[in-house]
Design a binder for this molecule. Structure first.
Ligand SMILES: [Zn+2]
Length: 355
């Protein structure tokens, strides 16, 4: 989007900021519909196609109105660091193969899209930003493909995965997801995964984790942790949102929450298809967090192509609308830069290997 002349200060702040979007599911739009690997139970539409995938996938270079993240939209939105997440449904009976298909697709999409560069170390991230490239990081959402094999963690790290969301909605071998919360602690395997992630310099992502597991992970991790995409429970009751206690502990650990743009996490009665959720609601969550835990722990994790999208922030090209809202609510340029990206960059710098 192009800002009008009287909005040039907003444009200046936005244009000079490093902007991190800590979570998208765009891989689902880039890869051919499944199943390549037989699933044990249904997630299919009436035609037998797996839900969530396009009949004809789009490319990362775009442009396409079928995905909310592509090169031109990302440039237009001024976003220069993206975390592409690979969420493997536990319904696959060969989840590791499905993950390898995702990783293969993401690598080739990034390699063939001029302007986007994979970053697996902090130096690579820093260099991409310095060269005015969009830095792409890869995360895995849900520990399902790991089963109980720590060797898988080490290997996917070598394949460019720099962060792991321990669970998705349900239970994995690492712990309970917030959608199926049996009030369990992290498993012994989950604990060993966190220790190994600390050793490898991987970012521990506690989005989707149940509360007891969340506190275990905070206590155990020697590094700051992130919650890449979630919102504030005090404002909208949802198992995916964080309570004040969780938020305080996250901040005490030096971590960052990436606020999602998912309507039903942001406003009561929000839904994906007919939502009135807007940046106004997102800004309410930011205001609340600033008061509760301070400006240094707030970031953004849109969840575009996985349920994220607001009436005035429909895709990544509309990120400047958020900066405009922050300016209008009186946030200083330094505070805005922190929210837009510097807070996440601080954590990445402290966790990822430099070289
Ligand atoms: Zn998610």
């Amino acid at each position: 989007m192009v800002l009008k002349e009287d909005e040039c200060d907003i444009g200046k702040i936005h244009g000079e900021s490093n902007i991190v979007d800590a979570h998208n599911d765009t891989i689902l739009k880039l890869i051919e519909e499944g199943p390549f690997v037989t699933m044990t139970r249904g997630r299919f539409d009436s035609l037998g196609n797996e839900k969530g995938f396009l009949q004809t996938p789009v490319t990362l270079s775009g442009p396409s109105n079928k995905s909310k993240v592509d090169l031109s939209k990302t440039i237009e939105g001024g976003v220069n660091c993206l975390i592409f997440s690979c969420c493997v449904s536990p319904n696959y009976n060969a989840p590791l193969i499905r993950l390898l298909q995702y990783l293969d697709k993401l690598h080739s999409a990034i390699e063939t899209t001029k302007g986007i560069r994979l970053a697996t170390t902090y130096q690579e991230l820093e260099e991409a930003l310095q060269d005015s490239q969009i830095a792409a990081l890869i995360s895995v959402e849900g520990g399902t493909p790991l089963k109980k094999e720590i060797s898988v963690l080490r290997t996917i790290n070598k394949l460019g995965v720099t962060s792991l969301i321990l669970t998705h909605f349900g239970r994995t071998s690492l712990g309970d997801g917030s959608g199926k919360d049996f009030d369990s602690h992290l498993t012994n395997f989950g604990r060993s995964v966190i220790k190994e992630m600390n050793r490898l310099g991987m970012v521990v992502d506690l989005a989707h984790l149940n509360q007891r597991g969340f506190y275990d992970a905070i206590e155990l991790s020697k590094d700051p942790v992130i919650v890449s995409h979630a919102n504030v429970d005090k404002l909208v009751k949802h198992h995916r949102n964080l309570t004040d206690k969780q938020l305080r502990q996250l901040a005490n650990k030096g971590g960052v929450i990436g606020l999602s743009f998912v309507p039903n996490f942001l406003m009561e009665n929000g839904n994906k298809t007919n939502s009135k959720a807007s940046t106004k609601h997102l800004l309410n969550h930011i205001d609340y967090l600033k008061d509760l835990i301070g400006i240094d722990h707030i970031g953004l994790g849109s969840d575009f192509d996985g349920g994220g999208g607001l009436s005035d922030l429909k895709d990544i090209s509309e990120f400047p609308n958020l900066t405009k809202g922050l300016v209008e609510r009186g946030y200083s340029p330094t505070e805005i830069e922190k929210i837009l990206g510097e807070n996440f960059l601080r954590v990445f710098k402290s966790v990822l290997p430099y070289q």
